[in-house]
Design a protein around this ligand. Structure first.
Ligand SMILES: [Zn+2]
Ligand SMILES: [Zn+2]
Length: 322
């Protein structure tokens, strides 16, 4: 018997016909289950949202007056003919994978995930399933992250060298997730204070109010010089005082290592996504026999998974349209 697929693709994105909801959709849908509050997953337009409490708080901040039902990690909820639950993806505080069960068949939508425990986000939890929809942002063998502790050491080394010459430093990072991870990792460990750019301070305040234990940090308003020896966590577009030593914290920096970039900054390959070994380990841990790949290097990862004996395809080819 051929079953109806648990998820299909329509013009709003991933749709669960049995439950009548969408996953990380765009546009006007009845119910959007949102894995996390990054803008490529959490979009305006849904009549109602369902998310973890941490993500719900960010949705209210980012999308304004929206109807959000909170579903804590691990709690099951019946929606139509489907049973859903949210499980930590390790991507950032509150970020979730979505488990969907219909008639004994289980699919998991990973959202964005990282497998290293960063000490702040709820750690990635493998969820057993028949079909796993995985992201593949860094789905090439070239992407292999150093452990977080070693990257923190490299950042502190660079920070201390600047401080010894009376300079301040700034690290550009995504306002939600990476900024709080850096704050958690670096506050109180270097030669000077850690300050937050207003763009990074807003998301930090929302997560702190949601119960995540984040160190206190002063917000740097941009109208005065940075104190010598300070480390500013800034959004990538921030204008900085002359003389500030700059760096970028992103998985993409692995392509250049910590070599000098154009513009004179430094790069630290600190990512909130799984690296190549992390993707392989996470996928195996689900026990899924079928894997659909999205959000990045779909073809290379799907091809490698097929070479490992799994039924794998890019999501765009592997899912039916209704
Ligand atoms: Zn994300
Ligand atoms: Zn994403």
């Amino acid at each position: 018997m051929i079953r109806d697929p648990l998820l299909v693709r329509d013009r709003h994105g991933l749709c669960c016909p049995a439950g009548g909801f969408h996953v990380d959709p765009s546009g006007k849908v009845a119910l959007a289950i949102v894995t996390h509050a990054h803008s490529d997953h959490a979009r305006p337009g849904a009549a109602a949202y369902l998310a973890t409490p941490g993500t719900a708080a960010m949705l209210r901040q980012r999308l304004g007056r929206v109807t959000v039902q909170e579903l804590p990690f691990g709690q099951r909820l019946r929606i139509g003919g489907a049973t859903v639950s949210l499980h930590p993806s390790g991507h950032l505080p509150g970020a979730a994978q979505l488990r969907i069960e219909v008639g004994g068949e289980v699919w998991v939508v990973s959202g964005d995930y990282k497998t290293e425990d960063d000490g702040l986000a709820e750690p990635f939890e493998p969820v057993a399933c028949h079909t796993f929809i995985t992201e593949s942002t860094f789905g090439l063998p070239v992407f292999r992250w150093a452990p977080q502790a070693r990257l923190a050491e490299a950042i502190r080394h660079w920070w201390a060298a600047a401080a010894s010459e009376g300079a301040a430093v700034s690290i550009a990072a995504y306002a939600l997730g990476k900024a709080q991870r850096l704050l958690h990792l670096l506050a109180g460990t270097g030669p000077g204070p850690v300050l937050l750019h207003p763009g990074a301070a807003a998301a930090t305040a929302v997560l702190a109010a949601s119960g995540y234990r984040l160190p206190d940090a002063e917000t740097w308003a941009g109208d005065r010089p940075l104190p010598p020896g300070a480390l500013l966590i800034a959004v990538p577009s921030a204008a900085l005082p002359a003389g500030t030593r700059t760096a970028m914290a992103s998985g993409w920096m692995a392509l250049r290592g910590t070599r000098r970039q154009r513009g004179g900054g430094t790069g630290f390959a600190l990512s909130d996504h799984a690296d190549w070994p992390g993707l392989g380990a996470a996928i195996r841990a689900t026990g899924a026999s079928r894997v659909l790949v999205t959000h990045g290097f779909e073809q290379p990862l799907a091809g490698w998974l097929r070479s490992q004996g799994l039924d794998a395809a890019p999501l765009a080819q592997g899912l039916a349209r209704p």
